[in-house]
Write a protein that binds this ligand. Structure first.
Ligand SMILES: [Zn+2]
Length: 66
């Protein structure tokens, strides 16, 4: 299940809503209303199969000591 992120671009609101959708397509077509101002929010991100980068898996840059 993709995690879909919706953003409200109303000045002073800027609410972010995350919803689990059955499919990315469903998330894209969903008209998610902002819980604060009621505006239909813009889809910011559709989870899909791309895994969230894991911090511990990221290569840690080594600063050589002098
Ligand atoms: Zn809003």
């Amino acid at each position: 299940m993709p995690l879909c992120v919706y953003l409200c671009y109303t000045p002073g609101c800027n609410t972010k809503v995350e919803r689990w959708m059955l499919t990315a397509e469903e998330g894209k077509n969903a008209k998610m209303e902002c819980p604060r101002c009621g505006v239909v929010m813009a889809v910011a991100w559709l989870g899909q199969q791309t895994p969230t980068p894991n911090m511990k898996d990221a290569p840690m840059p080594r600063v050589p000591e002098r």
